[in-house]
Write a protein that binds this ligand. Sequence first.
Ligand code: PHE
Length: 344
Amino acid sequence: MIESLKQLRDQALKDLSAVADLEKLDELVLKYFGRKQGLLNSILRSLKNLDERQRKILGQQANEVKIEIWHLIDQRRQSIKKAGKKDFVDLTIDGKNPRLGHLHPITKIRREIEKIFREMGFAVMLGPEIETDYYNFEALNMPAEHPARDMWDTFYIKSEERRAEDGEKLVLRTHISPMQVRVMEKLTPPFSVISSGRVFRHEATDARHEHTWDYTEGFVVDQHVSLSNLKTTLLDFFKQLFGSKTEIKLRSSYFPFTEPSIEIIMGCIFCQKTGCSICGQTGWLEMGGAGMIHPTVFEHAGYPREKYSGFAFGLGIGRVAMLKYDIPDVRLFYQNDHRFLSQF
Ligand code: PHE
């Protein structure tokens, strides 16, 4: 009897060390403690055949073995649970959806604009945001003190040390028309280029104006470029952007670097030109400035007089985005409010 108790204990220790999961452990519990077939119980049952003294001694020993095995099983259970926690993967738990970033609405529209012009054969080029006084004004037919400079409330860079290599005064570009001259200096016509990016104006902000905003300049230089080329190019562009029913008109305007100068107006896409609050009841929306490149600009670029002609235009990307997405205030695009931006 004592011998079989000892064997039982050794067997239990061996069994326990081989058990690696809770299911097997439960099987062990049954094997040793099961009411009918449990090994310990059958030993305990056989105690009743012994005399009282033996029964007492063996009963006590059997109880000790029972407690010991029970205790070991419990320990094993804890350690299996603990180990399990580390590499336990519950494949049924819902995944966490990572928040994916996306393009800013202004970037989306800029790319759309670039795509349309690319397909028309325009090349996309980039210019500097910090521009020299020369390219921003002078080369565009606005010498120092020229009153037309007042059309652009300019951020001048003050520091005397911060000047262009040739000592030129620096400004934050007020438009991207300077790229006309920069490109002309590098390329020989014919060429068609668009250049987009940020421009800066020292202006009070309101629903239609920001001090820093996105702009697209486009220009074509060749021989015999005409105003009607400008109109068809722009009309084609606006139709692709806003639909085939879109209409545009060219209205006379003034810029020192174009002659004639025009303002592009587009039939209001919200009221079909019947007049609404967006177009100020006029039926037409102002979309940007344009014109035929002024001979003085060609001269500044070093081109022979009268040899080339060209057109140029400038568009506010925010303006286009406001119309495309029906946004009432251009400043919303620049406030980085996620509640606004996550809608696009
Ligand atoms: N640069 C002008 C502006 O900022 C727009 C323009 C571009 C006008 C090209 C004529 C030609 O308002």
